[in-house]
Design a protein around this ligand. Structure first.
Ligand code: HEC
Length: 250
């Protein structure tokens, strides 16, 4: 390789420019990490980015309301079959909030059954130390346990737009970083391995977006692919910056 192509032999203006662009790219990597967290974390209705959020976004998730689970497993033992059926039908309906304390339903309004059959254990002042941690006294308590969720995966049109934008931008970004990193003074063997991982991980990530729709098993693979891709790009960017600022050894 002609020495004049080495990064540290470039004219100062080119080194400053490449340094600035590489810094912006590193900032962009951080921002996209933060954006992804923000974008996905509320999907399962709980704070924080969880595997359920990501599985929801890429594959779709169904969760069953805890109240339904409890009733179906025969809890509590003393509940009459009629009351159990009333509660199950209510939870399966699309009027969960409307009918909770619907006066027209009289004694078979869910709130009445919960009062009669659950609050002896599931009230904050109850003596059952386990059950009182899961109060069912107010609508605000009940609504957290009453809804089964269905998280639809991202619409295919949106996914297609995202694939088109990301596959072109990210591949070119990594190609540029790869070329520049190969022009640094650092070990080609090491840089080659980092580039190898970057290429495979991006391919797995983006293919995974589509494959995960069919099989949720791809979700961890695409998450790992995305993280490895960002990590390898960050490593290449840092090596480039180091090469630009470190003094040349004679
Ligand atoms: C005799 C006390 C008692 C009564 C009455 C009772 N529970 Fe519970 N419940 C518990 C205890 C103790 C737990 C935690 C241990 C367990 O899961 O069995 C619990 C757990 C639950 C859970 C957590 C999920 C699950 O399946 O474990 C839900 C939901 C629940 N109860 C709903 C209800 C509802 C609805 C009623 C009334 C229809 C009710 N409980 C009546 C004692 C009670």
């Amino acid at each position: 390789m002609t020495d004049s192509l080495l990064l540290r032999r470039l004219p100062v203006a080119a080194r400053v420019g490449i340094g600035g662009l590489t810094l912006v790219l590193l900032g962009g990597l951080l921002a996209s990490g933060a954006y992804l967290k923000d974008h996905h974390e509320k999907r399962d209705g709980e704070e924080g980015l969880s595997m359920t959020d990501l599985e929801g976004a890429y594959h779709g998730v169904r969760t069953t309301a805890p109240l339904v689970v409890a009733l179906e497993r025969g809890h509590p033992e003393g509940l009459s079959e009629a009351d159990r059926k009333t509660l199950s039908d209510w939870l399966a309906s699309d009027r969960i909030s409307e009918d909770y304390d619907n006066l027209d339903l009289g004694d078979s309004a869910p709130v009445e059954i919960l009062d009669m059959s659950c609050l002896e254990c599931h009230a904050r002042s109850a003596s059952d130390v386990v059950a009182r941690e899961l109060p069912l006294e107010y609508w605000d308590d009940v609504k957290k346990l009453a809804f089964s969720r269905e998280i639809e995966p991202t619409d295919t049109k949106v996914l297609l737009a995202s694939t088109h934008a990301h596959s072109l931008a990210l591949s070119v970004q990594a190609l540029m970083l790869a070329l520049l990193a190969l022009l640094t003074r650092f070990s080609r063997g090491f840089i080659s391995k980092v580039i190898g991982v970057a290429g495979v991980s991006l391919a797995v990530d983006i293919a995974g977006w589509w494959l995960a729709r069919g099989s949720a098993a791809w979700v961890p693979a695409l998450v790992a692919g995305g993280m490895l891709f960002s990590l390898t790009n960050a490593i290449l960017a840092v090596l480039i910056l180091l090469d630009l600022v470190l003094p040349e050894k004679e």
